[in-house]
Design a protein around this ligand. Structure first.
Ligand code: FES
Ligand code: FES
Length: 266
């Protein structure tokens, strides 16, 4: 209980040295005026709450712009490092173009591609590394971009579905997906195609899979059966069940020979 005659600390008209320093940090232009006119601690606390709320609101506004920009709005200019919570600078190549961005250190590559670079081809299916819809190619390897932090891509080369075609010429795997009707809704298709492109490269280099017939095979291109293509593509889920057509498309590119169009034979 406060004794009569004692002043509540919050009612003191004097600011402590710590409070003055805090004021100087947050509202330097108001400091001298406040000190000249005098301010009690209750007023000071109110001002600090408002200043803190303003800073929080500014950070929230940036976060909102980062995550919820409407589709028809152009990609935002880069944000200042101090305006992003946990901001880090990252430089990497995306589809042959050098990119330099400031991102929240917790931002995934998938969100960075979609929300900051307007590359919405890579899809967010599960955001948990379970469906493969977000597959992109980093330094030649297929990678789940929903499980990859953008900050970890410093100096790397990223290829997305948007970067596979050369001018007006589609990549052979894209051509084959069209010919074999390797999709229905198309949601999984960018991930399927990026995965297939990198997988065929792995097979060319002789990488083994769980169903490789022999682990003693001589180094060199692996010959893939349809079963092995299914196994190697098993990280890419298609909820429409276009698997027979997807396998036919990949087999045609792999073998270099025409493969019967499955949908015509049923
Ligand atoms: S969204 Fe990345 S694996 Fe599903
Ligand atoms: S085509 Fe619809 S999910 Fe694969």
């Amino acid at each position: 209980m406060m004794k009569e005659g004692m002043m509540d600390e919050n009612e003191s008209s004097e600011l402590t040295e710590d409070e003055k320093r805090l004021f100087a940090d947050l509202m330097p232009e108001d400091l001298s005026e406040i000190l000249d006119t005098g301010v009690n601690r209750r007023h000071f606390l109110k001002l600090m709450t408002l200043a803190g709320g303003g800073i929080l609101a500014a950070q929230s506004a940036v976060a909102e712009q980062l995550m919820t920009r409407p589709f028809n709005e152009a990609a935002p200019a880069d944000y200042a490092l101090e305006s992003i919570e946990n901001g880090v600078n990252v430089s990497f190549k995306v589809n042959g173009t050098a990119r330099k961005l400031t991102v929240d250190s917790r931002m995934t590559l998938l969100d960075t591609l979609r929300e900051r670079l307007d590359l919405t081809g890579s899809k967010k299916g599960c955001d948990h590394g379970q469906c493969g819809a977000c597959t992109v190619i980093i330094n030649g390897h297929r990678v789940l971009s929903c499980l990859t932090l953008a900050a970890s891509c410093e100096g790397k080369t990223v290829q997305t579905i948007e970067g596979l075609a050369q001018g007006n010429s589609l990549h052979p795997v894209q051509e084959a997906f069209l010919k074999h009707d390797g999709f229905q809704c198309g949601f999984c298709t960018p991930g399927q195609i990026c995965s297939a492109v990198a997988m065929l490269d792995e097979a060319k280099k002789g990488h083994l899979s769980y169903v490789s017939e022999t682990v003693r095979q001589p180094a060199g291109p692996a010959k893939l059966s349809n079963e092995e293509i299914r196994e190697r593509m098993s990280g890419n889920i298609c909820r429409c069940g276009a698997y027979p057509n997807i396998v036919a498309a990949i087999q045609e590119v792999h073998s270099g020979k025409p493969v019967e169009q499955v949908f015509r034979s049923v």
